[in-house]
Design a protein around this ligand. Structure first.
Ligand SMILES: [Zn+2]
Length: 402
């Protein structure tokens, strides 16, 4: 196929891109239920605000990409109207749609963040069955802390109870931790490891607030910093949400450059820090990935939300970061369209970008294929030790097929 941008696809690159199975190193489950049009359109955007009447979230790059690339997977023509697409989606049902789209993403392994709205989503095992990929859990630090509070703790006992709970969760086969400090406060949380006394004091204040408000939502900067450092101490890669996210977030304070001092302090300990999503700060993330040996990044959900324009984003992600520091992720959540489009659009974009390099004589074919294999799978396999994890995780077909 010729590339979407009009750049002539290099056939050898195209062949590798078409056949490579990706490691999607940060996703969430797909929703288990069949969705109404209103529900579907809500999940299409990160905004939780009402739209102006008469508008639709299909009038976006994501909407175009769904009609272009997902429609044929539901046996429809490309560019069918949104209404027809959604009617077919309902007719097939969530199970069939999830299976079709997740399979079409051609994934080798997925790492699933289980920390948000987990009861409505396919879990780690279900995602494995539906996608046909190996799957492992990413444990969200804030969720573990909130569970510890729900179970009952004291200001002085929290730190120890949290460390034990985290260790226990990770011991069940998890491959990474994840911080959403960007959502709860910003990445300008205190960067030094908090003193035990400061953690107790902050916890005392927060427990009083929980009592008063009746809601458990950890947003104290000292506690968020403590959670981050606890993740570092576990010596598994720590994924950190940066950039693009929902309307809870202050985008300026989710710029990963806020983490610079933290990254300097973590560096001698050797724990890897993975900057997630990053858009529109993917260039800042690429800079940090070049500076610090333990820092990695992806361009996550920016890919599906920018649709055909993601080729520019993908091209920019290949500017200054070493090729061995970038990972592939769809950040798929809720709609299996996201899991599929992340993969489809990344494949399209990377074909364009690398074909351009090769055709203009700036890169040879062997190196171009090596670069796409590194970002598409090899970097993640090495970072998360996926090749030495216990077997028994492969999809086996037969009775477990949904
Ligand atoms: Zn995510």
């Amino acid at each position: 196929m010729d590339s979407v941008s009009g750049v002539k696809s290099n056939p050898e690159i195209q062949e590798v891109v078409d056949s490579i199975t990706l490691v999607d190193h940060h996703v969430h489950g797909a929703l288990k239920t069949t969705l109404s049009r209103v529900q579907f359109e809500e999940v299409m955007t990160e905004s939780d605000r009402a739209r102006r009447p008469g508008t639709t979230n299909f009038d976006t790059q994501l909407g175009l990409a769904i009609r272009r690339w997902c429609a044929p997977l539901l046996d429809l023509d490309v560019f069918v109207e949104a209404e027809t697409y959604l009617a077919r989606r309902t007719e097939l049902g969530a199970d069939d749609v999830n299976r079709r789209l997740l399979r079409a993403a051609q994934l080798d392994t997925i790492l699933v963040d289980t920390g948000f709205a987990a009861e409505d989503l396919l879990d780690v095992d279900e995602m494995r069955v539906y996608s046909g990929a190996k799957s492992y859990e990413v444990v969200r630090l804030e969720e573990v802390a909130e569970d510890v509070v729900r179970a009952g703790t004291t200001a002085e006992g929290f730190a120890e109870a949290f460390k034990m709970a985290l260790h226990d969760r990770l011991s069940r086969g998890a491959v990474a931790t994840k911080s959403i400090a960007a959502y709860r406060f910003g990445l300008n949380v205190p960067h030094e490891r908090p003193l035990a006394r400061d953690v107790s004091l902050a916890m005392g204040r927060w427990l009083a607030h929980v009592q008063e408000s009746g809601t458990i939502r950890i947003d104290d900067p000292v506690l968020l910093s403590f959670l981050l450092w606890s993740g570092v101490d576990e010596q598994l890669p720590v994924q950190i949400h940066t950039g693009y996210g929902d309307s809870d977030l202050d985008l300026l304070r989710s710029n990963p450059v806020h983490l610079t001092d933290f990254l300097r302090m973590v560096e001698p300990l050797g724990t890897a820090v993975v900057l997630l999503h990053c858009y529109p700060y993917h260039r800042e993330a690429a800079y940090l990935a070049q500076m610090f040996p333990n820092v990695y990044f992806d361009i996550g959900e920016g890919i599906s939300h920018s649709g055909v324009q993601s080729r520019q984003l993908i091209a920019e992600s290949f500017e200054i970061a070493p090729f061995y520091k970038q990972l592939y992720s769809s950040d798929g959540w809720g709609l299996a369209e996201f899991h599929f489009l992340g993969s489809r659009l990344w494949r399209n974009g990377v074909t364009d970008v690398l074909s351009g390099w090769v055709d203009q004589g700036d890169c040879n074919l062997v190196d171009a294929v090596r670069v796409l294999s590194m970002v598409g799978r090899a970097n993640a396999i090495q970072l998360y030790n996926l090749d030495i994890l216990k077997l028994g995780n492969e999809f086996t077909g037969g009775s477990v097929e949904p």
